[in-house]
Each structure stands twice: as structure tokens, then as C-alpha cells.
Design a protein around this ligand. Structure first.
Ligand SMILES: Cc1cc2nc3c(=O)[nH]c(=O)nc-3n(C[C@H](O)[C@H](O)[C@H](O)COP(=O)(O)OP(=O)(O)OC[C@H]3O[C@@H](n4cnc5c(N)ncnc54)[C@H](O)[C@@H]3O)c2cc1C
Ligand code: FES
Length: 263
């Protein structure tokens, strides 16, 4: 059941995990029951007019908490990174997450048995990694994470994916870890038509992923991090072209089927 809340929640921690990266964990009470992989929250940041969207990184059922991974890129995230305790106002969970039931693919069948002829492939670029971890933890059949970033220090929480049983293939633009170049350079030779693909990252990466997936007839989902203002479908500030029609990324997405997206 979809339900959203606009409430004040207590910060458990907001700690630095890399040069420009932070992990924020918030106690959200029973709101955790409504959080799905691929959904997001709008976080109110004191001194900043519009709330900022952040994908759900992880949900902890025992702690009744949700966590976010974010990069400091501007005023809002800079202020947020300095708030170490107290209360934050969160609106969410918002948007549509990964509708795993909508794919007739054995690799995402979480309830029944699944065949072993296709693999689950996650492709993440930069902070796109934040919105795919809870997906990776929910998929019964573990697969391979293809993760590209600028440099080794931008590759976050790899151990968490490995602990879940995911293989990792890495790339960095400066060659400090893994393949030197873009993750999409090495994807084509690994991808089979029977695989199921999940991708989140910057638009140039997603464009390339869509091209590769469509050429090979691979199905799956992409999550779009289009800029947002209201997060609720009211301001029309986040229009994306889906199946030839204008859709709101915040309300109709941010996760869409590969075959429907034009970038
Ligand atoms: C659905 C969704 C989920 C997101 N999840 C995450 C996440 O898990 N972790 C994370 O670090 N970031 C995430 N983002 C991006 C995050 O919302 C922005 O980085 C943040 O709003 C920037 O706020 P700011 O005030 O610090 O920067 P601003 O001062 O608003 O902007 C600073 C710079 O960041 C760029 N920027 C702003 N918004 C975005 C955006 N949506 N996408 C790309 N670049 C942007 C601006 O163009 C500018 O160059 C997500 C965005 C969306 C739409
Ligand atoms: S952000 Fe307002 S309609 Fe999507």
C-alpha cells in the first residue's frame, strides 16, 4: 500500500563517509513499512527554500530507520552535512520504486523459484549507488554490480554490496581503481538478452545504458534523478518523456521501464 508522511524525525547519525560524502540515518517509526527500493524522500533543510530529494539507501526494520547517502554539491547539502543531531522534517516515501512484479523475468521473481539463465545486473554511476542498495538487498537472486565513479575515493560502500553476495565490477575515470574509463565501456560484452538491468546515475551514463540495453533487447529499469521542486506532482518542474508522453518524474517515476524512456 502506498502511503506518505510529512513528519519530524530524529537523526540517529549524519556522518562523513568520504571526501564529499555523508550517510544520514533517521528514526522514522512505522513509516519504514511503506518504503520501497527506488522511492525517495524530500528533506527540509533549514535556510533553504525548497526541500531536496534523496533516494532511500537502506531501511532497517529493527531500528525503524531509513538511511541516505549524499554528496555535498551545493548550499542545501552543505547545510545538511553540518546537522549532526536533532530533528529533520521528511516528506515521503515518494514516487514509484522498482515494480519487480511487472517484469516477466525469472531473475526478479522474489516469491517463487527463479531460473538461472539470466542475471540481475545493476549499473550505478556516482551517487546513483545510493538508490540501488536497498534494491540489491531485496532481490533474492544476487548478481553483478557495475559501478563507475570519478576516482577510487568516490566508490562508496562496496563492502555492503559484497556482504549481500553481489559481485562488483568497478571503473574509475582516472584509473585509480578497476577499469580506466566509463562503466558503460565494459558493459556491452557482459550483457545477455536474458539479463535484467537496473540503472541509476548521471544522464550521460543512463543514455548509454539505454542504448546498449535497447540494442540487445534487455529489459529492466532506470531511475532518473531529474531536478525536483515539490516532489508531489504539483509544480510540473520535473517533466520527463516517457513513451512519447510528458510524465512527472516525482510522481510517475523516478523509476521507469527501460523500453519506455527516451533521453
Ligand atoms: C529522485 C532523486 C533522488 C536523489 N537521490 C540522491 C541521493 O541519494 N544522493 C545524492 O547525493 N543526491 C541525490 N539526488 C540529487 C540531490 O537531490 C541534489 O544533489 C541536491 O538536491 C542538491 O542540493 P543542493 O542545495 O546542495 O545543491 P544546489 O545548490 O541545488 O545545486 C548544486 C549543484 O547540484 C546540481 N543538482 C541539483 N539537483 C540535482 C539533481 N537532482 N541531479 C543532479 N544534479 C543536481 C545542480 O545543477 C548544481 O550544479 C537525488 C535527486 C533526485 C531527483
Ligand atoms: S517536482 Fe513538482 S511536479 Fe515533480
Amino acid at each position: 500500500m502506498c502511503k506518505r508522511f510529512d513528519e519530524n524525525y530524529e537523526i540517529i547519525y549524519n556522518k562523513k563517509i568520504g571526501s564529499h560524502y555523508f550517510e544520514l540515518k533517521v528514526k522514522i517509526g512505522n513509516t519504514y513499512k511503506y518504503c520501497l527500493p527506488g522511492q525517495f524522500f524530500m528533506i527540509s533543510i533549514p535556510g533553504v527554500f525548497l526541500r531536496r530529494p534523496f533516494g532511500i539507501y537502506d531501511v532497517n526494520n529493527e531500528e525503524k530507520s531509513v538511511s541516505f547517502l549524499y554528496k555535498v554539491v551545493g548550499k542545501g547539502t552543505r547545510i545538511l552535512s553540518n546537522i549532526k543531531s536533532g530533528i529533520l522534517q521528511l516528506l515521503g516515501p515518494l514516487g514509484k520504486g522498482y515494480d519487480l512484479g511487472s517484469l516477466a523475468s525469472p531473475t526478479v521473481d522474489n516469491n517463487n523459484t527463479h531460473g538461472d539463465f539470466g542475471n540481475n545486473i545493476i549499473v550505478a554511476g556516482g551517487t546513483g549507488i545510493a538508490s540501488v542498495y536497498s534494491l540489491a538487498s531485496r532481490l533474492k537472486k544476487k548478481g553483478t554490480l557495475y559501478y563507475g565513479a570519478r576516482s577510487e575515493s568516490d566508490l562508496l560502500h562496496l563492502d555492503n554490496f559484497r556482504k549481500l553476495g553481489w559481485k562488483t565490477v568497478l571503473s574509475t575515470e582516472d584509473g585509480s581503481k578497476g577499469y580506466k574509463g566509463y562503466i558503460t565501456d565494459i558493459l556491452p560484452e557482459q550483457l545477455k538478452t536474458s539479463d535484467t538491468l537496473f540503472a541509476c546515475g548521471p544522464i550521460p551514463m543512463l543514455k548509454k545504458v539505454l542504448q546498449i540495453a535497447k540494442e540487445r533487447g534487455v529489459c529492466g529499469f532506470v531511475s532518473l534523478e531529474e531536478k525536483m521542486a515539490c516532489g508531489l506532482g504539483n509544480c510540473q518542474g520535473c517533466v520527463v518523456k516517457i513513451n512519447g508522453q510528458n510524465k512527472m518524474n516525482c510522481k510517475d517515476g523516478p523509476v521507469f521501464k527501460i523500453e519506455d524512456v527516451e533521453l
